[in-house]
Write a protein that binds this ligand. Structure first.
Ligand code: ANZ
Length: 797
């Protein structure tokens, strides 16, 4: 008969709830703190998926161990509740997204509780709760007042199907990440957050973090720091000038034409009459493409001549000015000097349109391809003979002297578009006055509540649903008429600071008490999927850094250690959908059949936390059997003894050591293997020392908390294992085989000790002499006789 997991799990879940076992006193500063955070779920209509319990079990195991080690642990949970799917659902079914979301949250809460995670449920937050978004709006207001959040006219990624603007990280191959709808470029008034002005700080902060190197690298690439120069070009026969950004100002003698992005402000002014029509047509075509499509290296180059020429500042040569979509309006200055001999894209373009290719570096075969490596400069007048580094230096000095250019640092990261023309998000707490000023609401007007509408559909051409709520939109301040901002914040707003709120979730005076933040920040361990490597993790770092600069948070970085859990694959090794596939059913069904403890242990046993792992039905069955084996050892054991016969010493100490270390390094699968070895040894032994089994159960309870509690009560008669002391181990007890060495002094038995079998003779002699100080003090040792693995006889005089 397998153990009754249903009864046991319900019983202990109720016990934890009644006893408020995992409620944290955040003001208890007497113990060291440990803050473990899970990426909170988006409460979709589908409930938890396979990836959730994996990461959540991992943090839970660490938290349970830390409590036993004497830490004050903060382990909260909440919901990232605003976002498009709830709204799409509301539109399709005529329901209210708030009610729908509330219902989903209930399902999630129930599922999470059924896993026995040791969350402090009194700290639960939802980003869609006005008590929470009050402070999201307040932070936005601070950004607005610092000039870091502003409303500007700019080209944006527009998705007609979703009726909203999307940020770059929400677009994959020119389509919306959610739904896969086409995305086009369009000019619109937009709220943006100036994340580029934080680029340097965001780069700097990465170095100190204990994060996967690949994630740091993705953030560095996304920020895309590039050191180069700005160079001024004059348009021939006019006083118009434009500036290019180049990382290779040393190649200026090889610049044989310039290219402006089709959107560049100068294009219309400098285009000659004959070229007008072709240029216009080309501009229209380019506006329909995404940046990604435009900059693809291998794509066929296209472009149009403007009819005008620029003067190359180093040699006074007139070179043609073209427009092409491979030059992006949003990067650098939206204009480049083209050096086809040494840049692949320029080379392809020059070949296609028959433009000059002038080599200025030694090396390569220019007839065949661009030479992009370093080289000695040629055909470059006063740069001849120099290498790239020297030539850049010299050119920069020359440009600065002539007032034609200077050193320039560029970042690839773009402004964070911070508005969606959708309903289900935080209202932006700003009023646009008749006199064209934007003003933020005063603090006592926050939170600005999201009004309830009859119709959540976006209007045509980007009109936000809130624009329909006339009474709400039209306001008057000191006699000046104005309109509320009708777009709402993006999904990533609330998740950019939620980790701060958990520390002080009910504070009504500020986002969180500074003293508390000082004690609890940064998050010690953050676990979540690798898909958030740039989006969420970059936005959260920026908000935290901004709040740090304002003196509102105490640490520069929010997440000290970050780990991504791997993907759980289908039984066939193929990536599962966002949801458990039919053949694995959902977590409810698994818990019903095997219990939460088995699901937890199995997900941790599948393989390294960060690896992708295929699901196996036999695997979970095997885990269930093992849990039953542990259970039987405790309940049916007639071999439990209160005296230690020593037979389990070695495996016991080795197990405590390995499990302790493996939990800290998140190697849960190998910790479980070691616990299995221990249980096997217990079955083989004639006697099992009760204390060893009790300490085993403490470790086991981190993985399988319900059964752990049950076994603890059976073994000790006590209730509640969560704050018992974590076991310690003794390295010396872990030596392979030990023998008892008898020590004689002048033939008389004087002491005994345990030693590893076949120990070194000298070590044995020394240890024997040390063990009998009373018989050797003040005497002269004449001789020491060793009988291997048995006896040491010390002859004294
Ligand atoms: C001349 C040159 C010669 C360049 C050469 C490269 C090699 P990163 O490193 O990514 O910053 N560039 C500048 N602005 C651009 C824009 N808006 N759209 C597309 N390309 C642009 O790249 C900087 C280089 O990319 C710049 O240096 C410029 O081409 C191009 F042998 O200038 B280079």
């Amino acid at each position: 008969m397998p153990y009754n997991h249903k009864e046991i799990e319900t019983k202990w879940q109720q016990y934890w709830e009644q006893e408020e076992t995992f409620k944290t006193d955040a003001y208890d500063f007497s113990k060291p703190k440990y803050y473990a955070l899970d990426m909170f779920p988006y409460p979709s209509g589908q409930g938890l998926h396979a990836g959730h319990p994996e990461g959540y079990t991992a943090t839970d195991i660490i938290c349970r161990k830390r409590r036993m080690q004497g830490y004050n642990v903060l382990h909260p949970m909440g919901y990232d509740a605003f976002g498009l799917p709830a709204e799409q659902y509301a539109i399709q079914t005529g329901n209210n997204p708030a009610t729908f979301t509330e219902k989903n949250i209930e399902t999630f809460r129930k599922q999470l509780k059924s896993f026995g995670f040791s969350y402090d449920w009194s700290r639960e937050i939802s980003t869609a709760d006005p008590h929470f978004y009050h402070w999201t709006q307040w932070i936005f207001k601070q950004l607005f007042e610092e000039g870091l959040a502003k409303c500007v006219d700019m080209p944006v990624n527009w998705c007609e199907e979703l009726g909203t603007v999307l940020s770059n990280d929400e677009i994959i191959d020119g389509k919306s990440e959610r739904g896969g709808y086409p995305v086009v470029r369009k000019n619109m008034k937009q709220w943006i957050i100036d994340i580029p002005s934080y680029a340097e700080k965001l780069l700097d902060g990465l170095d100190e973090l204990d994060w996967p190197e690949s994630t740091k690298e993705m953030q560095r690439n996304w920020i895309g720091k590039s050191v180069g120069a700005s160079v001024q070009f004059q348009v021939q026969g006019s006083d118009q000038r434009f500036i290019v950004f180049t990382t290779r100002c040393d190649t200026l003698f090889g610049a044989s034409y310039c290219v402006l992005s089709p959107e560049h402000e100068l294009v219309n002014e400098i285009t000659t009459e004959i070229q007008k029509e072709a240029v216009k047509a080309y501009q229209k075509e380019a506006s329909l493409k995404s940046d990604l499509e435009r900059t693809e290296l291998n794509k066929e180059k296209t472009g149009v001549f403007t009819g005008s020429y620029a003067i190359n500042p180093v040699n006074g040569k007139a070179i043609p000015i073209w427009i092409s979509d491979y030059v992006l309006a949003s990067y650098g200055t939206g204009a480049v000097m083209a050096v086809p001999a040494h840049d692949e894209r320029d080379y392809a373009f020059a070949k296609k349109f028959g433009l000059d290719i002038l080599p200025v570096l030694e090396g390569g075969n220019i007839a065949k391809e661009a030479w992009v490596e370093d080289g000695i400069h040629i055909h470059s007048d006063w740069l001849n003979g120099l290498n790239t580094e020297e030539a850049i230096e010299k050119m920069l000095v020359w440009l600065e002297e002539k007032g034609l250019g200077s050193k320039k640092v560029n970042y690839r990261i773009r402004e964070w578009i911070f508005a969606r023309q959708r309903y289900w998000g935080e209202p932006i707490p700003v009023i646009h006055l008749e006199d064209d000023r934007y003003v933020a609401l005063s603090d006592d007007q926050l939170p600005l509540l999201l009004p309830i509408l009859d119709d959540y559909k976006p209007g045509k051409g980007g009109m936000a649903p809130l624009a329909k709520a006339d009474d709400w939109v039209n306001v008057e301040i000191n006699g000046i008429k104005g309109q509320r901002e009708t777009s709402t914040m993006p999904g990533s707003a609330g998740s950019s600071w939620y980790y701060l709120r958990y520390i002080d979730p009910n504070n009504s005076k500020c986002l969180a008490d500074f003293e508390l933040l000082k004690h609890w920040m940064p998050v010690d361990l953050y676990i979540g999927g690798p898909e958030h490597a740039v989006g969420h993790l970059l936005y959260a770092r920026m908000w935290n850094r901004f709040l740090y600069d304002k003196g509102i948070t105490p640490t520069k970085e929010p997440f000290q250690k970050l780990v991504h859990q791997g993907m759980i694959l289908g039984t066939n090794g193929i990536k599962m959908g966002k949801r458990f596939p039919e053949f694995i059913v959902d977590p409810n069904v698994l818990i019903e059949e095997y219990g939460a403890d088995t699901v937890r242990v199995y997900e941790m046993f599948m393989g390294p936390l960060e690896a992708s792992k295929p699901w196996s039905d036999q695997g979970i069955e095997g885990t269930f059997k093992w849990l039953n084996r542990v259970y039987r050892l405790v309940v049916e054991s007639h071999k439990l003894t209160s005296e230690n016969d020593g037979s389990l010493d070695r495996v016991y100490h080795a197990t405590v050591k390995k499990v302790s270390e493996d939990i800290d390094s998140l190697s849960f699968n190998t910790a479980i293997s070691q616990m299995m070895i221990f249980i096997n040894e217990c079955y083989k032994a004639d006697h099992v020392y009760q204390l060893y089994l009790e300490n085993f159960v403490k470790m086991f309870a981190c993985f399988a908390p319900h059964l752990g509690e049950e076994l603890w009560t059976i073994l000790t008669g006590k209730q509640g294992i969560s704050f018992e002391k974590w076991p310690s181990y003794d390295e010396s007890k872990m030596v392979e085989d030990t023998v008892t060495i008898v020590v004689q002094v002048n033939g008389k038995l004087r002491s005994k000790f345990e030693m590893a079998k076949d120990s070194d003779q000298q070590v044995l002699k020394d240890k024997a002499i040390e063990s009998v100080p009373n018989y050797t003090n003040g005497k002269q040792i004449m001789k020491v006789i060793v009988v291997a693995n048995k006896l040491v006889n010390i002859v004294v005089k």
